[in-house]
Design a protein around this ligand. Structure first.
Ligand code: SF4
Length: 186
């Protein structure tokens, strides 16, 4: 159902990110999924393959999902705030996010997830406008979006790759707990 939009965006020039695009990174997973996961932006591996979360962070995300009992291909629809890779893996600029957000909102409209996992601060900032609410403060909490859709912020797997502690209150364990909560919500 979103195939047409994807095809259209393969030639999108609405923001400067198209200049460095090798492949459009539109989505992965199932359009029938009850859980949607929104990340930041494609990196080098994603840009090469045209799929989100396929690099090191993506592999770590897969491990966490598996431990939480979430099937990446069946239970999840994955997208990013922007569909083209920012240069040198920088964060997408506000103007780039705004240029691309209509596409993300269209994806949500079609998929109609019950829960949206906001993966990292860039995804959080797209939906939760209060700058005081940093990811560390609000991870694992449930926010309302619209039409009954819930938002759950979690740490980004790239951040978790730099946090090795296995303590029960360390970021890795907390993220696993958050994913378990999401699984129980659907
Ligand atoms: S990031 Fe989005 S708005 Fe910018 S060129 Fe790519 S598809 Fe178009």
């Amino acid at each position: 159902m979103l195939d047409e939009l994807k095809k259209e965006l393969e030639n999108c020039t609405k923001c400067p990110l198209h200049l460095g695009r090798n492949k459009l990174v539109f989505s992965d997973g199932s359009e029938n999924a009850k859980i949607m996961l929104i990340g930041e932006a494609p990196g080098a591996d994603e840009d090469k393959l045209g799929l989100p979360f396929v690099g090191r962070a993506g592999k770590f995300l897969n491990e966490l999902l598996e431990k939480a009992g979430i099937d990446r291909k069946k239970d999840l629809y994955i997208a990013n705030t922007v569909k083209c890779r920012p240069p040198e893996n920088r964060k997408p600029l506000e103007c780039e996010k705004i240029a691309c957000e209509g596409n993300l909102f269209k994806q949500i409209e079609v998929v109609k997830p019950k829960v949206i996992i906001l993966c990292g601060s860039t995804a959080v900032e797209t939906f939760i406008k209060d700058k005081k609410l940093t990811i560390t403060k609000i991870r694992g909490q449930v926010f309302e979006y619209k039409n009954g859709i819930k938002l759950v912020p979690i740490f980004h797997p790239s951040y978790l790759l730099r946090k090795h502690s296995t303590d029960p209150d360390a970021p890795r364990a907390l993220t696993l707990k958050d994913l378990g909560m999401v699984k129980a919500m659907v």
